[in-house]
Design a binder for this molecule. Structure first.
Ligand code: C5P
Length: 248
């Protein structure tokens, strides 16, 4: 059985550190964590990371590492003292790279640190079938996602970042314990921005997502804390209706 309720990580996509800190403070206690990606991390590096982490929420450090195995392993070791709750690499870096990353993450315990949950990025959702063919990958993006997810699982990764529309297939193939982290989530009626294929939080939870990554639907709301609370309430309601066997 999948978790009854998916967790929510809010994507803090800004280079404005004051805004990021204000969001982290407003969201503390209302979401499960924050996602820090290239935009914020490359603008503010470790001090920026610590400023947000100090507000108390777990961090998904979305740095999509992709290099030779030794370099990625050393990058993971360098990041361990930050104790991100989740950290990711590109599955396209291959089996040895993912294994090296997983082994490096597992060293956290020896250093008295909490090991991150290790995730792989399979196929960027911005890539179409034609884009994949242009880089020499035959077959559909879905085939490639499933292939890379299996490779990730077999090489020490705890889960993958995937599109909401891949949850069903991945859950069926990868079993209940493989973590599915899902961006491209929009509450009913909210703007889809540049996301082409969106899903509501409740539908993604129902499909079997473990963590929903939600950015602008929270950060661009008039009150980010209220928006987050509304999403969590919706997820709680949907989880209890499905537990009671209601159709939803
Ligand atoms: O604002 P929005 O909810 O669209 O933010 C989604 C977040 O998830 C962004 O940080 C984006 O970079 C990230 N993401 C995504 N699609 C992927 C992988 C990551 O939207 N396939």
């Amino acid at each position: 059985m999948k978790p009854m309720r998916a967790d929510v990580y809010c994507a803090i996509d800004t280079t404005d550190i004051a805004r990021a800190e204000a969001l982290a403070a407003q969201l503390s206690g209302h979401v499960g964590g924050l996602k820090i990606g290239f935009e914020f991390f490359y603008a503010h590096y470790l001090n920026g990371y610590r400023a947000l982490a100090d507000k108390g929420l777990p961090i998904f450090l979305d740095l999509k590492l992709h290099d030779i195995p030794n370099t990625v392993a050393q990058a993971v070791r360098a990041l361990l003292p930050l104790e991100p709750r989740l950290l990711n690499v590109h599955a396209a870096g291959g089996a040895a790279m993912m294994q090296a990353a997983a082994n490096a993450a597992a060293e956290a315990g020896d250093k008295g640190l909490r090991a991150p949950t290790m995730l792989a990025v399979t196929v960027l959702t911005s890539l179409s079938e034609g884009d994949l063919q242009a880089i020499g990958v035959q077959g559909t993006p879905r085939d490639q996602v499933l292939r890379l997810a299996a490779l990730a699982r077999d090489n020490g990764m705890d889960g993958v970042v995937c599109s909401a529309h891949e949850i069903d297939a991945l859950r069926a193939e990868m079993g209940p314990d493989f973590k599915l982290i899902v961006p491209g989530i929009r509450p009913a009626g909210s703007a889809s921005h540049d996301q082409k294929r969106v899903m509501t939080p409740a539908a993604a939870q129902q499909a079997g997502a473990d963590i929903l990554v939600i950015g602008r639907a929270i950060t661009e709301a008039t009150n980010a804390g209220d928006a987050a609370r509304a999403i969590m309430a919706d997820l709680n309601n949907s989880a209890s209706s499905s537990q009671n066997g209601d159709a939803s």
